[in-house]
Structure formats: C-alpha cells, structure tokens
Design a binder for this molecule. Structure first.
Ligand code: GRF
Length: 217
C-alpha cells in the first residue's frame, strides 16, 4: 500500500508536527509527511522540518493583506506542487475560507486542545479550569467551515487535578495530543474512517470498556 502524502500546516512550536514525524518514521505507518507549511517565517516548527530533511515552505499571510483567497491559492499551489493527499492542521492559527475547507472535505484534520464540542476556540485550558470540569482532553476532527466543529475522529482525556494550573493542565493534554494525532492520522490514512453526516464511523474500532471517573470517591 502506498503511503498517503501529508502536509502539516503550522504557525508555531510544532510539537504535534514532531509527533507526526516520529510516527511516520515507521515504514508500516500509512502516511508520510511530505510537506510542512507555515504562515509565519519564525515558526519554531520549521526548524524541526529542516532538521528532519522534510520539504518546508512559508506562505506569509501578511503579504496578502485581507485577501484570504489569494493566501489560500498560494497554500493550494504548494500543496499541489508536493502532491499532497491529506492535510493536518497542527497549531495553524489562520481561519480558512469555506471554499478552501470544502475543497479538502474529508481530507483535512485538525487537533483541538479540548473535548469538543466543549470549549471551542482559544484559551481552552483556562476555560476548562474556570468551568470546573473534572475531565478534560483533546480532539482530532475533520475540518468543516465552522471552526472546531467537524466530525470527531478521536479523543483523549485527562483527569483535572485540584491543584492544576493552566500550565500543568496544558502539559498533560499536550502529551495526549501527541498520542492521538498520529493515531487518528493512521486511521484516516489507512481508510478506516468514514464520514457519515456529522459523525465518523471507524471500522474495527477498539473501544476500551473502562469507565473514567474523576475524582475517585
Ligand atoms: C496544540 O495545543 C493544538 O491542540 C492547538 O495548537 C497547539 C499547537 O501546538 N491547535 P504545537 O505547535 O503542535 O506544539
């Protein structure tokens, strides 16, 4: 089976990019990271791509001003040039237009640092702590035009501790992100994920039986 050609779109640190690259080192992994695209020249994730010898390009959104379509045409050009089949957004901090998102329907994934549909948008860890949730986590989903709203592919949860701060909670959720993003991409790239309206069906899904109760009495 040929490996799916994946582009990872970043704006910053790139720790999820690093997790995807690590997973794809395994020759049996059904996807390869063919391109790293950043909208910011100073994104730290670009140096990860360079160190790994992965093709990387910057499409600087500021050059296009308010013309989102022109920015996206430049993104699309880079994706086409590298024969990209799947797109993973990994801390990519630009809103994409419905046209671009619809073009990649069922072929573009995002990772969000919360258990969607709770805490869409920014500052998810602060808002989770404020809301007093006992279980928090991360979600990999297909991208649809409405932000943080597409069909859910995989979620991972952590227990919220009484003494958690935004920083400690974020660190535990990030460790979960680094596990679920490569796993979710594996499912999609190997053709095990079907979108049915607003939901994903996963063939041969292994679903643990345990309940996750926080706190323990
Ligand atoms: C992650 O928390 C991800 O869930 C969110 O942006 C952050 C990106 O971190 N979408 P990194 O650049 O992958 O380290």
């Amino acid at each position: 089976m040929s490996r799916k050609r994946v582009a990872v779109l970043i704006s910053g640190r790139g720790s999820n990019l690093a997790a995807l690259i690590r997973a794809a080192r395994d020759a049996t992994y059904p996807a390869e990271i063919s391109l790293v695209l950043s909208n910011r020249t100073e994104a730290a994730g670009l140096s990860i791509a360079r160190t790994e010898g992965i093709a990387n390009e910057v499409v600087d959104h500021t050059v296009f001003g308010a013309d989102r379509s022109a920015f996206e045409r430049a993104l699309q050009q880079a994706l086409d040039k590298h024969g990209v089949e799947l797109v993973c957004l990994a801390g990519f901090m630009r809103i994409l237009t419905a046209d671009f998102v619809n073009h990649w329907h069922g072929r573009m994934l995002n990772i969000h640092p919360a258990l969607l549909p709770a805490f869409k948008g920014l500052d998810t860890h602060r808002r989770a702590l404020e809301a007093g949730v006992k279980i928090h986590g991360a979600t990999v989903h297909f991208v649809v035009p409405e932000t943080d709203s597409g069909p859910i592919i995989m979620q991972g949860a952590v227990a919220v501790r009484e003494d958690d701060t935004e920083t400690t909670l974020a660190a535990r959720v990030l460790a979960v992100e680094h596990r679920i993003y490569p796993s979710a991409l594996r499912l999609v790239a190997s053709g095990r994920v079907r979108m049915r309206n607003a939901r994903c069906q996963i063939s041969d899904a292994v679903v643990p039986a345990e309940e996750f109760i926080v706190p323990k009495a």
